[in-house]
Unconditional design. Structure first.
Lengths: 610, 351
């Protein structure tokens, strides 16, 4: 491969170079293979040690509609999405006008020169790309031409920005799983585009990438669904039932992919985990409840519409005290909503889910690594508390590539909770009751299917039952039972993950959950430049732990930032801490796009009248 | 059954081959109406399992919601049971049966539970060939909510306060057959001997065994003219064969049969279902013929009973999942959590 230094001398004007601090936004047609080219750009820059993040903004469609990929390059590791499109690549005639109009003044605009629409802007660098010519010259077979056309902009950007071609080659090798023919064909187009640009175009924009020393040895790129699947397998997942739904499908599919490698029983060579694709979410959760009741670590993954269908069984699992794990990879609702857009809008639904008095334990992974960690922790919590655990991830985590430390092996042994087997019942001389609070913590003991001791069996039901699980309509029995179940909440509060807190003693605090962290942290930095100093807390679970309360009480104003219309986390916090409700302000919105720091700052200032 | 060799069917008040009495198989006293068909079926479940000398702890019971779904409390107190959600018992049973594959599952449902709200799950548990006995106690009404029409009620049925049913009925045995069930039987609570023998055959089947049992509701749907009543059933029943279940350990008394008078179906565990010819020579392994015969019976307004169809061969859902022979829920954490070295390999696959 040939690589020339970027001709800095040829840069027009006296603009200072902008190094490792800009956005690239690529507009293509979905189904054209641009996922590979976009991932290649992301990975190559990642391997140069540069902090990068990519957001896939794709339509609910298989082929033919506009799709964008937004890359944030940030030497300071501000990796939230930015609205400002510095460098734009336009490959789709349908969005050409919008793509051109969006480029920031002084930005760069690459486009497929087959698109014959007018260039109106005079304040940007314009780089037409001879895509058709380069593709034809490559000699690629006709059926692959649309796919490798996207490699032209990879080469163009590589030249203009100075992306290391060796890293691009490595990225292609990864993408094509070492298949030499595919790698070589694609790279040849990248190289051809690079060379053509080097020969025929003059760089007039200021943007550059340079390798950074902080190549994070411990870091990789991964997405939240992959992390969750792997975490579950390392958590001893034994049964998974699922129904396909965007954006959760890849979670279960990754479980299926890794099961044969990771879950082959050392003694028998058989698999110690089973996956069933159910006929719908009603069945998926039903199977998971049956398996959890039977004593298996069981999990399902879904999104909003599926979660709605699961409400009935979740109520049963709550009341009959069956441990299960449900991953909700949140997308925009209500209803079918925006299936390919991110949200944090299932919070109150999850908390209150089910008719009657219910309250559910919720985990909010705050990073891709926590998707892995909560993948295994959720089972320990479910079995310890004998209750469903809802893990709320979202599309942004689930389906985008994030820089993450390598996944760490679980640092605690598996906790199977309070289970009685034959030996235990022998020891107890058969004296036990399924729903009796013997330890005073609200958590009874259970037996599971197949226990051959004559005193083991009991009849589980969603109807009123005594401590011995016998049917009862007695009012005292009912009330005591439901109150005892509520007692478990106090234990849950002690053992769920604690928040991440940055407390410098400031008067103002910003609070969030999940994938909004980068935007909130960047907003705090921007406010700091204006001398507005803030503290920060990322909540990781409900019940809210004591640390959450402590943080809120320590601040005059707490701004709760979230991606939903009604401020759902804000609502639950005010419900929990009503005395300081006035000290909590909601900064909430939902348009399906990943949060930007600019929005947070603007919203804060609007509320403060600034 | 006169054809069963003496000495194997336990005498009343005696013990079975594992030393248990019939009481060891009972449940709580029934709270269903006097004369309810479901009570008769519960008695036959107790009798069948007692006579087969199965350990009560080796069975697990499931049900949905409804009068029929209350009945698992009335048999097998020593077995685990889960009374789940209306129409959703199949998914519950499917997941639970993965926990311990050495257990036999029995699911009790009703026509509301399986043919209305549960139609989807009913069809899919069949197509997965989940290994369990699936009983629908079919009475044409919603008993527990006091007498609304169910999906199996015949068109034109008149019920107090409900008026006349305008809709065409669903036939559960038919739905099971066209849904590719590997064992389809129909019986009638007024024919307890046949119910018992079919239950035994169902328990020996390694896939899903669907039993559509007409179980009259004495309170809401027992007019002599109604299709699901005792009188109508007795008057219109056409048994396909005279059926006997022969456990593996026992011999069939061959001399009771002329050549060609009886068919045998061998189950995968070595037991046999013996089908003595009545009006016709019915081959329950011929699916196309089964469909034809069942369709004709429905047109002729006959209540066809017996073993309608069986295919003992196809693997069950559990078998196709390549799981260890021992119960999955007894595996220790070391056998469930992949070793720490494997995570290095996993991390290495990430970019």
């Amino acid at each position: 491969m040939t690589q020339q230094p970027v001709p800095e001398a040829q840069m027009a004007g006296d603009r200072a170079p902008i190094i490792n601090d800009f956005t690239i936004s690529v507009g293509t047609v979905n189904g054209s293979g641009s996922q590979t080219s976009n991932a290649t750009l992301l990975r190559a820059m990642f391997k140069m040690g540069i902090p990068v993040a990519g957001k896939n903004l794709f339509p609910s469609n298989i082929q033919g509609l506009p799709t964008w990929y937004d890359i944030r390059v940030s030497k300071d590791s501000f990796l939230a999405r930015k609205d400002e499109r510095d460098i734009v690549v336009a490959m789709n005639p349908d969005t050409f006008a919008k793509d051109q109009a969006d480029v920031v003044p002084g930005g760069a605009f690459f486009y497929d020169d087959k698109i014959r629409q007018p260039i109106i802007r005079t304040d940007i660098s314009v780089y037409p790309m001879p895509v058709k010519k380069l593709v034809t010259d490559s000699g690629a077979p006709t059926n692959l031409r649309d796919y490798i056309a996207n490699m032209v902009y990879v080469g163009a950007l590589a030249f203009i920005l100075g992306i290391d071609m060796e890293k691009i080659f490595a990225a292609l090798t990864y993408a094509f799983k070492g298949k030499k023919k595919a790698i070589d064909l694609n790279f040849s187009v990248v190289q051809a585009a690079y060379d053509w640009f080097a020969t025929n175009l003059i760089k007039t924009d200021p943007y550059l990438v340079k390798p950074m020393a902080e190549v994070c040895e411990e870091c990789v790129l991964s997405d939240g669904n992959t992390a969750a699947a792997l975490g579950s397998l390392y958590g001893g997942l034994q049964f998974c039932a699922w129904y396909p739904i965007t954006p959760a499908s890849s979670l279960a599919e990754t479980v299926i992919e890794w099961m044969p490698t990771l879950r082959k029983d050392p003694e028998t060579g058989k698999l110690t985990c089973a996956v069933v694709q159910a006929e719908d979410e009603l069945a998926a959760v039903g199977m998971v409840v049956g398996a959890g009741w039977g004593g298996l670590r069981s999990m399902t993954s879904t999104s909003g519409p599926g979660l709605s269908l699961m409400a009935e069984y979740l109520g049963l699992a709550y009341y009959a005290e069956v441990p299960i794990v449900v991953w909700d990879v949140q997308r925009v609702g209500p209803s079918t909503g925006l299936p390919t857009r991110t949200a944090q809008a299932d919070i109150t639904f999850s908390y209150f889910m089910g008719h009657g008095d219910t309250q559910h334990v919720i985990l909010f992974p705050g990073s891709v690594h926590e998707c892995f960690e909560f993948g295994w922790k959720a089972f320990d919590l479910a079995e310890r508390l004998q209750t469903p655990i809802l893990v709320l991830s979202d599309l942004d985590f689930g389906m985008n590539q994030w820089k993450t430390p390598r996944f760490k092996f679980p640092n605690q042994p598996m906790d199977r909770g309070k289970i009685l087997w034959e030996e235990d019942l022998e020891r107890l001389k058969g004296e036990w009751a399924r729903y009796k609070d013997v330890d005073g913590d609200g958590i009874p003991y259970r037996t599971v299917l197949g226990n051959r001791h004559p005193a083991a069996a009991y009849f589980t039901r969603g109807t009123g039952h005594t401590e011995n699980a016998r049917y009862s309509e007695d009012p005292v029995v009912w009330e005591n039972m439901l109150n005892r179940i509520k007692k478990k909440w106090d234990i849950a509060r002690q053992i769920v993950p604690k928040p991440y807190v940055e407390n410098y003693g400031n008067k103002i605090g910003f609070i969030c959950v999940g994938s909004t962290e980068p935007a909130v942290q960047e907003a705090r930095y921007l406010l700091e430049q204006e001398n507005i100093l803030t503290d920060y807390m990322q909540i990781k679970a409900i019940p809210f732990t004591d640390e959450v309360e402590k943080f809120i009480l320590a601040h005059e104003k707490n701004y709760i930032v979230e991606l939903n219309r009604d401020g759902q986390l804000h609502q639950l916090l005010r419900l929990e801490y009503p005395e300081v409700a006035k000290a909590m302000v909601s900064l909430a919105h939902l348009d399906g796009m990943p949060l930007t720091a600019r929005w947070v700052v603007k919203a804060y200032k609007a509320v403060e009248g600034k | 059954m006169s054809n069963t060799p003496a000495g194997t069917t336990p005498r009343p008040g005696g013990v079975n081959q594992i030393g248990l009495t019939k009481n060891d198989y009972r449940g709580n006293p029934s709270t269903l109406c006097q004369g309810c068909g479901h009570n008769s079926i519960a008695s036959q479940i107790i009798a069948a399992i007692y006579e087969l000398s199965l350990q009560p702890e080796s069975l697990v019971k499931f049900s949905g919601i409804g009068c029929s779904s209350k009945s698992p409390t009335y048999f097998l107190n020593r077995s685990f049971g889960f009374n789940g959600l209306h129409g959703r018992m199949p998914s519950l049973a499917t997941g639970a049966l993965f926990a311990d594959r050495t257990l036999r599952g029995i699911g009790v449902s009703g026509d509301g539970d399986s043919a209305s709200i549960g139609m989807g799950q009913f069809k899919h548990i069949i197509r997965r060939n989940v290994p369990m006995v699936y009983i629908i106690e079919n009475n044409g009404v919603y008993g527990l909510t006091k007498g609304q029409f169910s999906a199996t009620a015949e068109q034109g049925l008149e019920l107090k306060k409900q008026g006349t049913n305008p809709y065409l009925p669903i036939d559960i045995a038919w739905e099971a057959l066209v849904g590719n069930a590997t064992f389809v039987a129909r019986s009638f609570a007024g024919d307890p001997k046949q119910v018992k023998e079919l239950l035994k055959a169902a328990l020996a089947h390694k896939g899903i065994a669907v039993l559509d049992i007409i179980s009259p509701c004495v309170t809401f749907n027992n007019e002599d003219s109604a299709m699901h009543s005792y009188v109508w059933g007795k008057d219109h029943e056409i048994a396909l064969h005279d059926l006997a279940f022969v456990p593996k350990a026992e011999e069939i008394i061959v001399e009771d049969y002329e050549p060609g008078e009886a068919r045998e179906v061998t189950m995968h565990d070595g037991s046999t279902v013996l089908l003595r010819k009545l009006e016709r020579d019915y081959d329950p392994t011929d699916r196309a013929h089964a469909i034809e015969v069942l369709e004709k019976a429905n047109c002729d307004q006959c209540l066809l009973t017996g073993l309608i169809y069986i295919n003992p061969e196809p693997p069950s859902l559990i078998e196709i999942n390549n799981l260890p022979e021992e119960p999955l829920n007894r595996l220790s954490p070391e056998r469930l959590r992949p070793p720490v070295e494997s995570l290095d390999a996993v991390n290495a696959t990430l970019f």
